[in-house]
Design a protein. Structure first.
Length: 102
């Protein structure tokens, strides 16, 4: 299986997502969507609020050694052609890592 090259660095992905969120998406999704995750296509500006089921909260250690409280949600993804249930850790911080949700 061939591995595709990243089009954007993690920093550029986070910068573009944050810029789009602050320039218009935030005003559209804040009311009534507290605690939901927003998926943003950084190329088109399209976005969706994900109504994922909450499963738990946990304190996780970040790369710099600091600890942060995360809400854990459950999602179903297609990974290598197979459906898999995964946990998604969400925190009210700056984006830590870019991820494409299809």
């Amino acid at each position: 299986m061939a591995v595709s090259q990243r089009r954007y660095s993690k920093e550029e992905l986070a910068r573009r997502g944050q810029e789009l969120y602050e320039s218009g998406i935030q005003q559209q999704v804040e009311v009534g969507n507290d605690g939901k995750i927003v998926a943003i296509d950084i190329e088109t500006g399209a976005f969706a609020t994900l109504n994922l089921p909450w499963s738990a909260s946990d304190i996780l250690t970040l790369g710099d050694g600091s600890q942060t409280l995360f809400d854990i949600y459950t999602a179903m993804v297609i990974w290598d052609g197979q459906y898999r249930e995964i946990d998604i850790a969400a925190s009210e911080t700056e984006p830590l890592l870019g991820m494409a949700l299809l």
